[in-house]
Design a protein around this ligand. Structure first.
Ligand SMILES: C[S@@+](CC[C@H](N)C(=O)[O-])C[C@H]1O[C@@H](n2cnc3c(N)ncnc32)[C@H](O)[C@@H]1O
Length: 169
């Protein structure tokens, strides 16, 4: 099985797990508790713009849970807002206030519903450490996964605002 966590887009070969009941959702659940899935039962996990919605104290269990349910040689695709990129846009003295406000919302979440809040600001160093601590043997940073047309591709000011990585079990 391939599992898109926090997914919204239907795609052949992929199941969707989301904390909210939405169209196309196959499993309701929280990425920080994958207890409904067996060990070594999922080939690929995809999570675009979800991990930043997990509270800091639940990050360790979240990554350990992803590692546990992935098959041997499984992989996880993770996209998060990249704080290094967002900070660079934010502190540019030429950035209009409208742009700064938009960047601030990408940092803290749009706060349009109870789940649209960000609890963690990610960058490549935090991601490397966290994946490695959970047992992942390799991390690859990519421009695009070319899998879903979602926020992982979002580039409102020319270049993508996301950190896109693949973690290999
Ligand atoms: C910002 S949207 C991203 C949607 C899509 N993956 C994308 O990249 O455009 C976050 C999605 O993750 C879901 N979500 C938020 N917190 C979650 C959690 N703890 N576990 C699973 N899904 C979560 C939300 O319901 C929402 O559908």
């Amino acid at each position: 099985m391939k599992l898109n966590i926090g997914g919204e887009e239907k795609k052949e070969g992929w199941k969707i797990l989301n904390i909210q009941k939405k169209p196309h959702v196959d499993f309701i659940g929280d990425i920080s508790d994958l207890g409904q899935f067996e060990d070594n039962s999922i080939d690929e996990i995809y999570a675009s713009h979800v991990i930043e919605h997990v509270p800091q104290k639940k990050i360790k269990q979240t990554f350990e849970g992803i590692f546990r349910v992935l098959n041997q040689n499984g992989k996880v695709y993770i996209s998060v807002p990249d704080m290094d990129i967002l900070c660079t846009i934010f502190i540019d003295p030429k950035a209009p206030i409208k742009v700064k406000h938009h960047v601030m919302r990408m940092m803290f979440g749009g706060q349009t519903d109870d789940f649209d809040f960000h609890y963690y600001g990610w960058n490549i160093e935090f991601m490397k450490n966290t994946l490695s601590a959970a047992g992942f043997k390799k991390l690859e940073r990519v421009k695009s996964f070319s899998l879903f047309k979602d926020t992982s591709e979002f580039a409102p000011y020319g270049s993508p605002i996301s950190l896109n990585v693949i973690g290999y079990k």
